[in-house]
Design a protein around this ligand. Sequence first.
Ligand code: 26W
Length: 825
Amino acid sequence: MDHLVKEALEGEFRVNMHDADSIQRGLISYMVRVVGHDPRSAGPRQWFMALAYMVKGILSERGMGTSRAQYGQDTRRVYYLSMEFLTGRRLMKHLLDFGLETNVREALDALGQDLDELAQQEPDPALGNGGLGRLAACFLDSMATHRYPGHGYGIHYEFGMFSQTIEDGQQVEHPDNWLQGGNPWEFVRYSVSYPVRFNGRIVCFKDESGRERCEWVDTNNVNAIAYDLKVTGYDSPVISNLRLWSARASTDFDLRFFNEGNYIEAVKDKTTSETLSKVLYPMDSTVLGQELRLKQEYFFVSASLQDIIARYLRVHEDLRLLHEKIAIQLNDTHPALAVPELMRLLIDVHGLEWDEAWSVTRETFCYTNHTLLPEALETWPIGMLEHVLPRHLEIIYLINHDHLQQVRFRFPGEMEVLRKMSLVDENTQRIRMAHLAIVGSKRVNGVAALHTRLLREKVFPEFDEMYPGKFVNVTNGVTQRRWLLQCNPQLSDLITEAVGASWKSDLTALHALEPLAEDAAFRERFNAIKLANKARLADHLKEQTGYVVDPASMFDVQVKRIHEYKRQLLNLMHVIHRYTLLREGRLDDPVPRTVVIGGKAAPGYWLAKQIIRLTCDVALTINNDRAVSDRLKVVFLPNYNVSNAEITIPGANLSEQISTAGTEASGTGNMKFALNGALTIGTLDGANIEIKEEVGDDNIFIFGLTTEQVTETKRRGYNPWKVVEHDADLKRVLDMITSGFFSPQQVNRYSAIRDTLFDGGDQYMVLADFRSYIETQAKVDALYRDPDAWARKAILNVARMGLFSSDRSIQTYAKEIWGAEPMDI
Ligand code: 26W
């Protein structure tokens, strides 16, 4: 090592990434000069940092090429505004994108370090809740890979999604201090800073030219500071940027207090304004309506729009043509305040007329809806807006005034329609953010065919009628780079060997695998890879939970946020039913199963937490019952996140996608599992429907009521008691849950579950779908007994996933929504 260090520090600084020796010298040099550690005593954490800084250098160099090309070509840009980005770890992704993995691995080997161990050192940035945040990350990857001029904007949360441990069978939340050890990937841009204003009041006056102008005065200001993360694409010269805003107090000290000698009071304001980017709200699917959340939304929207306008004005003059050069995608309604904020900036700051500003605004924004659940549709109390964003409330009223005039014209005399379409909910005195986003956007999209249809027919039918062609569908997709290439290297190699490498940027190339489903040798290799991935997952489960599971058993996996509509409870009911059959010897030729359930519950969502607890209780009982031990195991996988999804998904045989029909907008886990060769058991919900259409009815297990049947059953008066009365197995399962069979220390522990199912009316039709689910699970068993038949179908699933790449989603957005072209670079 001594001579290596000497040589490295004497040699030239530039690293030749195509040469392992040069990389090795580079690493030593970064270790000394940037990390500031002696290479002779550095551990994996320090080597990770040295490597990350070295890669960051390449990111920066190449990133400049992209910027220059964008300004040079004056390309139409796409801005993706999202409160959440779940990017996953960066290191391996950048190495894969640059084609550097092999060389770097070799260089590290020579230094006595293991690349995989280093990669584990990196914290997983959990700046999102679930599907919506991960989709944003897949989209950035696809945009960079296919050379679109995409830019992400979000929040630099100091604390991301909480980390979850299980203590005493219950979820415990811990702060996610992901920046603790420093973040080598980010570029802090102290000079890129914008003031964001809150509170205050509006003064209107006539200016010299007699024009009515409004000014927002006496505001409390916070500064937004930019943190940039570089986004690479696979084998692509384009490097895009994800800009995350962090809140800084605008004045370090409030001088009034300071001068009075009250030092602590003087710093207090600083602390409160900096809470704006402190923590991600860990809820998906229910809105809390808290002022801090509203402020977070406005904070990042305002900073992003100021930045977008500044960049535009660097090369253009006329803001009336803004929409010709940019498109802004709103990821759900979380950034919907962008609509009145752009209006405010254009009118109050840049002097456009109302009509000019409105036409630019409506041509600039597009809005993606991600949920059908009524409790997840954002609304804000008028009183709160009046206090926090008085000028925006005025602008919203003005927008609504014009909007309602058009509604009256389109639906004359229809007061009910007027009431429904108003941006203001008069009953609750709240502003409807989805309405605002729809009115202020050029296009509105749903994320799967069924979801878009339900949006148009059930949620916003009047808007759809009033604006024909505004509502479009873009079915979600996932990036095959992370969700196959990176997480499943063995299967990736097998596929590349069989059909070539083009699938990495064109997933439809997987079609060529179809004939190989009939090739016994291929099936054998495919099965061996699945087994190896299951062994890796089994090791992970053992390390995380202590439970030992058998990789030869069927791995039946449901990982996603815990929510009643996703029906983890239905899964558990099948498990309990199976357990009783096993104990009574009523299953002939039982297929051994390992059921894995994982996911986080929102901290305030008590019932979801009970479902986690029940999972753990059921696991404890079943896993310790010697009578069934080798035939059934249940494991709750703690702290489900992007990193452990990368281990879990490749190890699954069966993918559980069992939401009540009409509730899951799309799902994206469903796509990741199938891409990794799991078969799906699922309802006709979200993108499951399109998956079924692609893979064929024989290659997926569909069960349960359809959306129409759910509606019809409810309309006719659904009676949970009746269902249970006619199903002895179901009755017994429920009795076991509610009589304390799994919680003898506290027999009433699960009374709330009984209550939602009966008194609560079983909103999500768990009982109604039980029988169909159980029967379908029996078909799953039957197929698993024939490994060859199972493998054929699994291979066909992989081969037919071409449609579900986020590359396809992005190409659709680019063509049909943004009007964006790939850059020529
Ligand atoms: C603040 C309250 C809140 C926060 C987040 C409400 C709703 C959300 C999101 C819309 C929830 C979400 O992540 N939705 C998921 O989006 C995925 C990507 O489109 C879909 O695949 C999932 O079906 C949908 O649940």
